[in-house]
Design a protein around this ligand. Structure first.
Ligand SMILES: [Zn+2]
Length: 422
């Protein structure tokens, strides 16, 4: 598939030679190709042997007719018999940057790009599925470059096409996966639905999973249930800025990296908030190409400045608490649907809820409406516990709880409704 730039250099002058001279040069090139392929590609040697041919039998372009045409169907068969390249890969896998899949399916190797900065070569000879998106947003290409720099061969999988990706991961005996923990979980589930025993039938040994909050339980499952070694913790990055923060081995929030400055601001007043208060994450990257100074991410979070046991002294963002637009500011604190969902999720007694914010005598008022799935045993104590839990998570108390009939609250309705007018 890929030409070898050293063995067969491109020669512009060939195009303008008198035809007989060019044909002579082309014949020479062909002889070189045939003996090279015969030695390096076992699949080609087999084909020649089958036809009773030696490399010396093919000296001119005319001699090529001695060899039966290799059809797409043949290649599909060959790749099935001798995966993944049907014996036509003429260089070590470590020399391959990418593997692509064309309809058939047929796997096509693509040779390494020259001049890529090389890191340690520990990825050599291993195929990794890169499931970050390759188009529109930069993650796919950035990670791809990094992986190739480490010596890996990359299958540029991108996102989606779950069933196809399972097939590719299986056929290519991919040893690595890069992407979000939830997508890896989806692939494993799909593989099991397709009748595979993931641990037995696949070769996946490691996963670089990040880009999501709360991936820890999944990482644990990958390791314990499937023997997949997980690299990377929770990470926070945006398409505009790139990487902003990532968790360390202690897994106690994501350290802000030193290539950016992070401020937390009050989305309403624009004032910078002290550590421990929730607001919009504003980032200034040290980037000479794209210096987005004080870029508002629209994400809600806070900074924790207590020293981390890992020895890093940088501030941490414990988690992303949602989009600042969905949050409602109540008595100087932000309440986000993710927080209220978190509280309510702990109460199996509640079927549905809505938090209604109003302004009563110049004070923000929060009414928690709930539809009960079942009656709590000691309703008063139960409500007290809920109130306490709510205050703990949301950092602000609701004023009243109101029980409404099942079906009163629209299931699609916003979880927090702001009815204040100023
Ligand atoms: Zn740390």
């Amino acid at each position: 598939m890929s030409e070898n730039p050293d063995l067969f250099p491109h020669d512009n002058s060939l195009e303008r030679l008198p035809a007989p001279e060019r044909e002579k040069k082309m014949d020479e090139k062909l002889q070189k190709l045939i003996s090279y392929a015969y030695e390096q590609a076992p699949g080609f040697k087999k084909r020649m042997d089958k036809a009773g041919l030696k490399p010396s039998d093919i000296k001119t372009i005319g001699d090529l007719q001695k060899l039966r045409v290799l059809r797409k169907d043949d290649l599909i068969m060959l790749q099935k018999e001798d995966p993944p390249f049907g014996g036509y890969l003429a260089v070590p896998l470590g020399d391959i940057d990418h593997v692509y899949q064309s309809p058939g399916p047929i796997y096509d190797p693509q040779r390494k790009t020259k001049g890529l900065p090389m890191g340690p070569d520990f990825g050599k000879g291993q195929i990794v599925m890169n499931t970050w998106s390759y188009h529109i947003t930069p993650a796919g290409l950035l990670v791809d470059r990094m992986l190739r720099g480490m010596g890996f061969t990359v299958f540029p999988a991108g996102i989606g096409n779950t069933e196809l990706q399972v097939q590719v991961m299986h056929d290519l005996k991919a040893t690595g996966f890069v992407g979000t923990p939830s997508f890896l979980a989806t692939l494993i589930k799909k593989a099991e639905e397709m009748g595979y025993d993931f641990k037995k039938d696949f070769s996946l040994k490691f996963a670089m999973v990040s880009g999501e909050m709360g991936g820890e339980p999944l990482r644990k499952m990958f390791t314990e249930k499937y023997g997949i070694f997980c690299l990377g913790g929770d990470a926070y990055a945006t398409a505009d800025i790139g990487s902003i923060s990532s968790s360390c081995e202690k897994n106690v929030g994501m350290h802000v990296n030193t290539d950016v400055i992070v401020e937390i601001i009050d989305p309403v007043s624009g004032k910078v908030l002290p550590a421990g208060e929730i607001g919009e994450i504003v980032v200034t990257p040290f980037d000479e190409v794209y210096p987005l100074v004080r870029f508002g991410t629209g994400d809600l979070g806070m900074l924790v400045t207590e020293l981390c046991e890992c020895g890093r002294t940088t501030a941490r963002i414990p988690k992303i608490m949602g989009r600042s637009g969905d949050a409602v500011r109540v008595r100087a604190m932000f309440v986000h649907p993710r927080q209220t969902d978190e509280v309510i999720a702990r109460c199996p007694e509640i079927a549905n809820y809505q938090l209604i914010v109003t302004r009563v005598e110049n004070r923000d008022n929060m009414l928690l409406q709930v539809e009960l799935a079942k009656e709590p045993k000691d309703k008063e104590a139960w409500a007290k516990a809920l109130e306490k839990d709510f205050a703990g998570v949301c950092k602000v108390r609701f004023d009243k709880i109101e029980y409404v009939k099942a079906g009163t609250i629209d299931k699609e309705a916003k979880k927090i409704v702001d009815k204040r007018t100023y």
